[in-house]
Design a protein around this ligand. Structure first.
Ligand SMILES: Nc1nc2c(c(=O)[nH]1)N[C@H]1C(S)=C(S)[C@@H](COP(=O)(O)OP(=O)(O)OC[C@H]3O[C@@H](n4cnc5c(=O)[nH]c(N)nc54)[C@H](O)[C@@H]3O)O[C@H]1N2
Ligand SMILES: Nc1nc2c(c(=O)[nH]1)N[C@H]1C(S)=C(S)[C@@H](COP(=O)(O)OP(=O)(O)OC[C@H]3O[C@@H](n4cnc5c(=O)[nH]c(N)nc54)[C@H](O)[C@@H]3O)O[C@H]1N2
Ligand code: SF4
Ligand SMILES: [Mo]
Length: 916
């Protein structure tokens, strides 16, 4: 057993992880107490990392046209087909689509190959769907894509504004740091601006549940308000900025009375003015913004409207102050550093940066190779797939992302991929929605096997370290890219033996002819040898001769990265969402994340403990809308959007605004029948950044009428498929520890029979067709259409079936355990159809993933007198590990207090839920 330090592969917080390795296996992980991002904490996803590993479900052999081949022939074929495509259709007919989940070294090598040597500008990344607006806005105002703040600024601030960020779920460790800081500093205030009441509201002193898309109007209003109330920092503005007059004039084009702004944003005027007052009167303000701002058809303007207010008040470049765009993916920032966006070249140089093309060309030139750089920027993600659809791009290499799911209008993306003559996919997992479109599949190593660096939200570079041997023949992404480059004749420029060499080259380029012009400069790290690279401790860029130990905060001297050193205020004219509501599609669609899942679930979906918090695809609906549509909680419903349909279970939520619904982004065709949110959205993008409007779709909601619902548990490996799922109206697959759970629904409702189909499918025949063993136990009630059955073979439980609404399910932990038993005893068999032990309490829906504590157990403890999070933790251990469920615990405590009439929370409107 040995211990190694590495970095978590999920969110942009970039937590340090201590891995306990037992031979070829990762025994366990814990937070690295020395890592400055997390000081020992991990969230539930991070702490479940060991449970997501293992060879099952991994890609282990390269595949060409559906046939497994050895690496040599796979790489030869990639090189040959890329070359043939270029020869026939030109350099610009090949493209790459990368990801903020690649390591910096992989990213650098891919960017260098495509832009430097294949001579195509068409290399973009999923960061286009994520950070592009934030990047464009920083560049417009600060002159560089440089996040000015650090995590400690959040702790040192007197006011923290969370706009379009559900920090509690999506950056949980940072949220815990903020929460602790707020406990230490009772004067600190937190404001949450989000159309939805999220768990992040738990620490909010003020909540503004604004109309979706109205943020620019709100921050423009704040700017004008500051001016009118004498709250501008005139000295700072004069010395360090330009553009105030234009920005102010633009904000005054709308009525800037509090009442008018409040009406446009649909918030309470008093609360709005409170926010304005707090913001204007406090110097130490951090505004932290994320996808509720970026994923908009005017996201760049929204980011600038926020930055304007910080510049106007001099709230930047100081401890505890600044406009802080938080990154999502573990290496979103690293991708921006290497030039992974199609409008970038490399090392924070763009095509239009003076001298950049020539500089990069000279830097990449070797003894006998001169790069062929494209002259101008390439297609941004959405355009890239449109160019594929038009046939202009004939070859696409996708690495570490899933455009078949995560792009808007995803069905059209699928059609384009199907048509593209050459699709190469580098991927770790064997079963994703993208792989059926691949002509060539390249098995990549994954977290715990890869070696390299990532940069987190506060510009901190950390090492991910290779701990385990790769499964089968999986190879590192940088190696695959370099081997293809070699076969194309560019070996001299890609003669890397180790990712440390790529890092050193990247560091050298960042300092090459820099002279302080480019903020991104890590030239002090370019001399790192292999040992130094392996030992590299987390460090924040810039890391150069002037700051060899890294840099906590940027722009402290008020000098910005623009040619004249002045920051720019940008004139912003607020715009509403581009996806218009209509009679046919009257509801605003919001999409985003859940606490325990990561994107398309290829990794988090493998840990049963992470599946329990939200087991099925869902639609969050305001109580009024649910009622108007005749929908009850947990009922199945259907959303129809621009280009497709989504089916999931209704969650009636008081935190949801009327007229709006929220769906998770995570479910794919691997996990449910029709729950891909990407097909609901039309592909509208921000004109400046090219970032798609993923938060503001237009949909119709209706009940999904079915005659029966069933729950099936089947023994077997977690990733297998079950073909009988597809003959109903709905299915969802949910891995449990010892079996797979399937939720199934179908049939025609029969109103004469209370909504339950009178003559349901012939379950006996169905069971015999699809399930691994004949029914051993059987109990049905034809009058109500209900049925329970189980199949036992050789003394082992093979399957368990209940045909009834899922509300009638017992807690599934007991049944799941039975699948692990080698010989079912007589008493267990007698209990099997009931699905629980005699006298065993069912603990209800899961709340605490770390300690697997359910809602019923918590509510019982509250009724027994545990009225605080601490008391619940002492009794049940819930909330004592990562803390992510604390907001839910609090709301259960509140709900039960409310039941007792102590607190009328439900009477309050969302805007007034959290008020100091
Ligand atoms: N658990 C988990 N954590 C993750 C990820 C994950 O998949 N799972 N992914 C990571 C990645 S890549 C990213 S980019 C981040 C994203 O982190 P976040 O940006 O926090 O995530 P989202 O849930 O997409 O959206 C944030 C919030 O924006 C709100 N919103 C929607 N429309 C508007 C609007 O018009 N105005 C305002 N002010 N708010 C609005 C939504 O209601 C939502 O609560 O999370 C990272 N962390
Ligand atoms: N409607 C809507 N759409 C969205 C969003 C939203 O909020 N709403 N959010 C957007 C955002 S912010 C993001 S970041 C994207 C995320 O969306 P995607 O990037 O499409 O989602 P992931 O599941 O993270 O895809 C990563 C893939 O890479 C594989 N992989 C992991 N590690 C490696 C590796 O080291 N090498 C290789 N070769 N493969 C690897 C994983 O198995 C997985 O299949 O979705 C975007 N789309
Ligand atoms: S907060 Fe983010 S980086 Fe930290 S453990 Fe959780 S997912 Fe990993
Ligand atoms: Mo993201």
């Amino acid at each position: 057993m040995h211990q190694a330090r590495t970095t978590c592969p999920y969110c942009g917080v970039g937590c340090g992880v201590l891995a306990h390795v037992d031979g070829d296996r990762l025994a366990d992980v814990e937070g690295d107490g020395d890592h400055p991002a997390n000081y020992g904490r991990l969230c539930v996803k991070g702490s479940a990392l060991a449970e997501t590993l293992g060879d099952h479900g991994r890609l282990t052999r390269p595949r060409v046209d559906g046939v497994e081949v050895d690496w040599d022939s796979a790489l030869d074929t990639v090189a040959e087909r890329l070359q043939t495509t270029r020869a026939a259709h030109g350099n610009q007919s090949v493209a790459a689509y990368l990801s903020g989940q690649l390591l910096t070294e992989d990213y650098y090598a891919a960017n260098k190959l495509f832009k430097g040597f294949l001579g195509t500008p068409h290399l973009d990344t999923n960061s286009r769907l994520c950070m592009a607006s934030a990047v464009a806005a920083y560049k417009r105002s600060l002159g560089a894509d440089a996040v000015p703040c650090s995590y400690e600024d959040l702790e040192e601030a007197e006011l923290v504004v969370l706009v379009g960020s559900n920090l509690a779920w999506n950056h949980p460790v940072l949220y815990q740091r903020l929460r602790t800081a707020k406990t230490r500093n009772p004067l600190m205030r937190v404001v949450v601006i989000d159309p939805r009441v999220t768990d992040s509201c738990e620490i909010a002193d003020l909540y503004l549940g604004l109309r979706p898309g109205s943020d620019a109007r709100l921050f423009n209003g704040l700017l004008a308000w500051m001016a009118d109330k004498g709250k501008l920092d005139r000295v700072y503005l004069e010395k360090h900025t330009q553009g105030l007059d234009e920005a102010l004039a633009a904000s005054r084009e709308d009525d800037i009375s509090i009442e008018a702004i409040a009406a446009d944003c649909d918030v309470d005027p008093e609360r709005l003015e409170t926010f304005f007052y707090w913001f204007a009167s406090q110097l130490h303000v951090v505004t932290l913004y994320s996808q509720g701002i970026n994923q908009s058809s005017s996201g760049t303007d929204k980011c600038n409207a926020i930055i304007n207010c910080h510049l106007a008040g001099g709230k930047i470049g100081l401890p505890g102050a600044g406009p802080f765009s938080i990154t999502g993916q573990p290496n979103a920032m690293g991708g921006r550093e290497v030039g992974g966006l199609a409008n970038q070249l490399a090392a924070h140089m763009d095509y239009d940066s003076p001298g950049a093309l020539d500089r990069v060309r000279r830097f990449w030139t070797t003894a006998s190779l001169v790069p062929t750089l494209p002259e101008g920027p390439g297609h941004k993600a959405v355009e890239l797939f449109e160019a594929i659809e038009r046939g202009e791009i004939q070859a696409l290499w996708v690495m570490a992302t899933n455009p078949a799911v995560s792009l808007p209008d995803a069905n059209r993306v699928r059609a384009a991929l199907a048509k593209c003559p050459l699709v190469i996919v580098s991927e770790c997992m064997a079963d994703t929605d993208l792989l059926p479109y691949a002509d060539i599949v390249l098995p990549a190593t994954s977290w715990s096997e890869k070696d390299g660096t990532v940069t987190n939200s506060e510009r901190r570079i950390s090492r991910q370290r290779g701990l385990l041997p790769p499964p089968g023949e999986a190879r590192h992404d940088w190696w695959i890219i370099s081997e293809v480059a070699r076969r194309l004749g560019y070996g001299e420029a890609f003669a890397y033996a180790h990712p440390g060499e790529i890092f050193a080259e990247h560091a050298r380029l960042s300092g090459f002819e820099n002279d302080g012009e480019r903020v991104f400069d890590i030239s002090a790290l370019c001399e790192l040898d292999r040992e130094g690279y392996d030992a590299l401790a987390p460090i924040q860029w810039p890391v150069n001769a002037a700051s060899p130990r890294g840099t906590t905060r940027l722009f402290e001297d008020g000098r910005f990265a623009t040619p004249d050193g002045l920051a720019r205020l940008i004139a912003v004219r607020p715009k509403g969402p581009a996806q218009a509501l209509s009679e046919a599609r009257p509801l605003r669609l919001n999409t985003g994340r859940v606490r325990d899942q990561w994107h398309t679930m290829t990794r988090t979906g493998r840990a049963p403990r992470l599946m329990n918090h939200r087991a099925e695809p869902f639609i969050e609906v305001a109580p009024e809308d649910a009622e108007a549509h005749g929908l009850g909680d947990q009922q199945l419903a259907r959303l129809t959007g621009a280009n497709g349909e989504y089916r999931g279970r209704v969650r009636v939520s008081k935190g949801q605004r009327r007229g709006e619904v929220f769906v998770p982004m995570h479910w794919t065709d691997r996990y449910s029948g029709m729950a891909r949110m990407g097909s609901l959205l039309a592909a509208h993008v921000d004109p400046v950044s090219g970032q798609p409007e993923s938060k503001h779709g237009a949909v119709a909601l209706e009940s999904l009428a079915v005659g029966w619902e069933a729950t099936l548990l089947v023994a077997g490996d977690l990733d297998g498929d079950f073909e009988g799922r597809d003959d109903g109206a709905y299915w969802a697959r949910i891995p449990l520890a010892h079996c797979r759970r399937w939720q199934l629904a179908g049939g025609e409702p029969d109103s004469a029979c209370g909504g339950v189909e009178k003559a349901p499918r012939d379950w006996l025949a169905w069971v015999q067709e699809w399930l691994p063993a004949a029914p051993t136990l059987w109990c049905d009630d034809p009058a109500s259409g209900r049925l329970r059955a189980a199949g036992i073979e050789d003394g082992r439980l093979r399957w368990w079936l209940m045909v009834a609404p899922p509300a009638e399910l017992p807690g599934l932990a007991w049944l799941d355990e039975r699948f692990a038993e080698a010989q079912l005893g007589g008493e267990v068999r007698r209990r099997l159809l009931a699905g629980c032990d005699a006298g065993e309490a069912d603990s209800g829906p899961l709340v605490c993933s770390c300690h697997q504590v359910g809602q019923k157990a918590i509510v019982e403890a509250i009724h027994a007198g545990d009225r605080s999070v601490e008391a619940l933790g002492a009794r049940l251990a819930c909330g004592t590990q990562c803390g992510s469920c604390i907001p839910e615990l609090k709301s259960l405590i509140e709900d039960s207090a409310q039941e007792e009439g102590a607190h009328a929370r439900s009477e309050q409107k969302p805007e007034t839920v959290q008020v100091a």
